[in-house]
Design a protein. Structure first.
Ligand code: GLY
Length: 430
């Protein structure tokens, strides 16, 4: 009897294990891939939470952003452009796992941002509030969050001058050439803030926000997108005449180059503008921008772009004060790849046939590269951020080859979109 038990217990365990394994193997590859990545990411976020809590001491709040030279997490004030991404990542992790403890943390880190609803000092309110409160509202339907988001949209619109037809990004921009200061700079990143405005009109019935968003997007299409569908980073306007008075770069290699993250913001921004408007001009622009990125001869085979598509090429010259003149290593930017992957998954839903498959395959291949050991960090490394190898700004000599909180956010968003598409689910609620 004893002898029998010795053999049957391990045999039973082995059979059970093989059942579990074969059930696992029967899961579609997309599910297994997304599951493994969320399992890992949740662990990283839990470690970040412990660290971030210790750092949230200053009165203005401190939100995770990147790491220092010792590999420790560093934070920024909530008035910088990135505080929405950490709670946003917590919301995405909660959306995947439905872990109530994560929801509690996501709520806590979101609600600290409420004072931003009245913030008007730069254009990044869309990033700050939509990635945090926008996800909070989507996943909880708490009406108070809707009101906060509408108030934030109102604040953002104070930066819109109808004569120019664009939301002013920064109050001032000093050219890297050292010879010009502009007072109405509009950066390509700004397209991302329009999501907050489209949302605000949809939930409030007040079309003002949507009008501002559409006007801004049309103006960007005209002035920020080049004929070959590459993008200028900064377009500067004269308020009185509404004329363009400068086209320069702040974070790219040269004024006439294409900054990889800028191109990524534009692909995402025009795809999102099409989601809300169904205006074929926005779809055509998004497709053109995506084609430029996907087919660029300088895009490495693993689909993670260099931080700019034109580094060191003849005909592209950084301004004399730009650190881009000195940096010789062509760093990659995982954040641009993550943003683009997420955007292409949405774009694939607005086209059909080979075109849709092409966007989807490119996006999924990008997510796989990001999830590989070359880009995805192990626990207790990389400040516990999920992805390595992003670039904040080479011209400013700031955040070079580091993790960035927004790279993680768009990576998680892309994974969720991939899973929804694999299950034939809608990406957005009607
Ligand atoms: N929106 C600022 C950046 O992409 O670095």
């Amino acid at each position: 009897m004893l002898r029998k038990n010795i053999f049957t217990v391990p045999l039973f365990m082995a059979l059970l294990a093989s059942c579990v394994t074969s059930k696992e193997n029967k899961k579609p590859a997309a599910d297994r891939f997304v599951e493994e990545n969320f399992f890992h990411s949740e662990k990283m976020l839990q470690l970040q939470l412990a660290d971030a809590d210790q750092k949230f001491a200053a009165p203005k709040g401190a939100y995770p952003r990147t790491i220092n030279k010792k590999g420790q997490m560093t934070t920024t004030s909530m008035y910088d452009w990135t505080p929405g991404f950490f709670p946003g990542s917590l919301w995405y992790a909660y959306e995947y796992s439905r872990n109530e403890a994560l929801k509690k943390e996501a709520l806590r880190w979101t609600e600290k941002l409420e004072p931003l609803k009245n913030f008007t000092q730069h254009h990044d309110l869309g990033f700050m509030m939509y990635c945090s409160y926008g996800n909070a509202y989507r996943l909880t339907h708490n009406a108070a969050y809707k009101d906060i988001l509408v108030q934030a949209a109102r604040s953002l619109c104070t930066r819109f001058d109808p004569r120019v037809g664009s939301i002013k990004s920064w109050n001032r921009f000093v050219s890297w050439h050292g010879n010009k200061t502009y007072h109405y700079p509009v950066i390509v990143d700004n397209l991302m803030n329009l999501e907050l405005l489209f949302f605000a009109s949809a939930v409030s019935g007040d079309t003002t926000y949507r009008h501002v968003a559409v006007t801004h997007a049309l103006n960007a299409m005209k002035n920020q997108v080049r004929p070959d569908f590459s993008t200028y980073h900064v377009v500067c306007y004269d308020t009185a005449s509404s004329n363009v008075v400068g086209r320069e770069t702040a974070q790219g290699y040269a004024d006439n180059s294409t900054w990889a993250r800028g191109q990524a913001w534009a692909i995402y921004g025009f795809t999102m503008a099409y989601r809300f408007t169904k205006d074929p001009r926005f779809l055509a622009t998004a497709k053109g921008l995506a084609g430029y990125y996907m087919n660029h001869k300088n895009l490495p085979a693993d689909k993670i772009p260099y931080w700019d598509f034109n580094i060191g090429q003849p005909g592209y010259t950084p301004g004399v004060n730009s650190n881009a003149l000195r940096v010789k290593i062509p760093y990659r930017d995982a954040s641009a790849a993550a943003i683009t992957a997420s955007a292409l998954l949405e774009l694939s839903g607005y086209v059909s046939g080979k075109e849709a498959t092409g966007y989807r395959r490119f996006a999924v291949a990008t997510l796989h590269t990001l999830a590989s050991p070359a880009y995805r960090a192990k626990e207790h490394t990389n400040g516990n951020f999920i992805l390595m190898h992003s670039v904040g700004s080479i011209p400013h000599n700031n955040e070079i080859d580091v993790p960035l909180v927004y790279a993680d956010y768009y990576f998680l968003e892309g994974l969720l979109r991939y899973r929804k598409i694999a299950h034939n689910e809608k990406l957005f609620e009607e």
